[in-house]
Design a protein around this ligand. Structure first.
Ligand SMILES: Cc1cc2nc3c(=O)[nH]c(=O)nc-3n(C[C@H](O)[C@H](O)[C@H](O)COP(=O)(O)OP(=O)(O)OC[C@H]3O[C@@H](n4cnc5c(N)ncnc54)[C@H](O)[C@@H]3O)c2cc1C
Length: 408
């Protein structure tokens, strides 16, 4: 591939910020322009539902790099600006004011957005979604001890928010449509543990709860749930995310639950890459295409594109991983459990706050969910990458290190 002279990145989020950092490290000499529709330089979102929401972290610490970093590497940030069209023939990204940015390579890093619920009353004041810094500032401004917060959706973002709020003295209810919490992300044992954890901390949980709408005169007062009305001063909806793929779709690129990219994160157009939450990529470890919404994926794909652009060898594919912090509990997950044929538990999920669940397929370790067990998580990641066969009894035995369960 000819040297890239002008690189345009659509989106200035986690993946985009990491891409600039990787390109700088690799000595990329071309011009870089990042266009982001938020007013902020690239920042990390995980603290938004954790320490930043709790007021335990300053906004400055959210930013991936200080402004001076982008200046130093000649990366231009166009913030508060939106790309509305990609012209593949002319190789330009068109902004909403009609101005055009020429590119020799384009990276789509548009992320994902909260899934909006088209329910009656969803537009009432006091009903929020949580995706960016500005959302947190608004939500946090409404927090006050004694107020009633209803979280719609028992996924990790909703539950992290519930944990922060209940610790700040709010009355918190979580309404989850599925029969169990975090059903899309974790297995039933871990879901059950989180139900116990949140109840112990004072959160009111309803699973199998169908939210029908929101009521209130000037602002939200109730959430309508089946035949019940749950009192609410604040509602936060955490009902999953949808990838921002419209630009790619309108430009004629292949989109199937995310922008389809190859192992270099290249789309069907040799001048257009895509990275982060908006992508769908084949994962050799799982032998299928997947779309991840995780920091690890954003970082890995940024590395892949930097390597591809700079003509370096691609980084080795890693086991995907994710984490969630709720109260004093760190959940760390690696691999994908959906194809497991059996599971092994280490520790007691029904007592205390420390255990791991291992998922095996035909004797090989394929995934782990570790609750306050960083060492289990770290060692499992290595075994999962190796597709190592493991001794089930040793895996279950807390006295044996996870790495020593490997069968040789
Ligand atoms: C509250 C919260 C908590 C999270 N916690 C965790 C966690 O604990 N662990 C974990 O691994 N992951 C977590 N995630 C997920 C993680 O933050 C994302 O996977 C990551 O941000 C993806 O990076 P990205 O660059 O693909 O997308 P983003 O960081 O979302 O960046 C995309 C940017 O592109 C902008 N954009 C979109 N369209 C356009 C356009 N047309 N023109 C210009 N700009 C555009 C968007 O507004 C956004 O600023 C969390 C996410 C949220 C919201």
């Amino acid at each position: 591939m000819a040297a890239v002279e002008s690189l345009v990145v659509i989106g200035a989020g986690h993946a985009a910020g990491q891409l600039v950092a990787c390109l700088a490290q690799d000595g990329f000499a071309g011009a870089i322009t990042l266009v982001g529709d938020e007013p902020h330089p690239p920042y990390q979102r995980p603290p938004l539902s954790k320490k930043f929401l709790a007021g335990e972290m300053d906004a400055d610490r959210l930013y991936l790099k200080p402004a001076a970093f982008y200046d130093k590497y000649g990366a231009k940030l166009l913030l508060g600006r939106r790309v509305t069209r990609i012209d593949r023939q002319a190789r330009t990204a068109v902004l909403e004011d009609g101005s055009q940015l020429e590119y020799s390579a384009l990276v789509i890093a548009t992320g994902s957005r909260p899934r909006r619920l088209a329910l009656p009353g969803a537009e009432l004041d006091g009903v929020f979604y949580l995706r960016g810094i500005d959302d947190v500032m608004t939500i946090r401004g409404r927090f006050a001890a004694g107020k009633s917060l209803v979280v719609v959706g028992g996924g990790y973002i909703g539950l992290e928010l519930a944990a922060v709020a209940v610790r700040q003295g709010l009355r918190v209810s979580v309404l989850e449509q599925a029969p169990r919490l975090m059903a899309r992300g974790v297995g039933a044992i871990v879901s059950r543990f989180y139900e116990r954890l949140h109840r112990e901390e004072g959160v009111v949980l309803h699973t199998g709860a169908a939210v029908l709408g929101f009521e209130g005169r000037n602002a939200v007062e109730h959430v309508v749930c089946g035949n019940d009305r749950v009192v609410a001063d604040i509602v936060v909806i955490g009902a999953g995310a949808v990838p921002n793929v419209e630009l790619a779709q309108e430009a004629g690129l292949t989109v199937e639950n995310g922008i389809v990219v190859n192992e270099r994160c290249l789309t069907g157009d040799p001048a257009i890459y895509a990275i982060g939450d908006c992508t769908n990529q084949f994962h050799p470890l799982f032998d299928r295409r997947l779309r991840f919404e995780s920091v690890h994926n954003a970082l890995e794909q940024a590395r892949m594109v930097a390597a591809a652009i700079c003509g370096r060898a691609l980084p080795a594919i890693q086991v995907p991983w994710f984490w969630s912090d709720q109260y004093d509990v760190k959940l760390q997950m690696a691999g994908l459990p959906d194809k497991h044929t059996e599971s092994v538990v280490r520790g007691n999920p029904d007592h205390g706050r420390c255990f791991s669940v291992f998922y095996l397929a035909d004797g090989a370790l394929i995934a782990v969910e570790a609750v306050n067990r960083a060492a289990d998580f770290m060692m499992s990641k290595v075994l999962i990458a190796e597709r190592a066969h493991v001794d089930r009894a040793k895996l279950a035995d807390e006295r044996v290190a996870v790495k020593d369960s490997r069968l040789v």
